[in-house]
Design a protein. Structure first.
Length: 121
């Protein structure tokens, strides 16, 4: 392992080693998932717990993106982000299984609000 850290960070070999290590990490967990998938049922308490944790992580990331954005989204006022998010959420609640429609309208609304905001300055 010490030999791996003695490789210069700007060498091509270093990049390939990092790619190999990350691929091994990713695919080993996927392989474990395939091996265990036949032994788990969706109604088991373990599977329900994993589902709840997954939904909580996704919800927290979405909230963080809305409340504490990074990059160009940080230039938009919080009220615009909340309006676009609320509209997309309302569309998803009213029309079941319409993720593409909700995301499209939310994105278009955010773009329209940004355009109107820049035009009013």
């Amino acid at each position: 392992m010490e030999a791996l850290f003695s490789i210069p960070k700007n060498s091509v070999f270093w990049a390939w080693m990092i790619l190999l290590v990350t691929a091994l990490g990713t695919y080993s967990w996927r392989g474990l998932g395939v091996l265990l998938s036949g032994k788990l049922t969706q109604e088991s308490p373990w599977f329900r717990w994993i589902t709840c944790v997954t939904y909580a992580m996704v919800a927290s990331l979405v909230i963080r993106i809305i409340v504490l954005p990074v990059g160009i989204l940080a230039q938009m006022p919080l009220s615009y982000r909340l309006i676009a998010t609320g509209t997309a959420l309302a569309i998803m609640m009213l029309k079941k299984n319409s993720l593409v429609l909700a995301l499209s309208i939310g994105t278009l609304l955010m773009s329209a609000l940004a355009f109107l905001d820049s035009a009013s300055r």
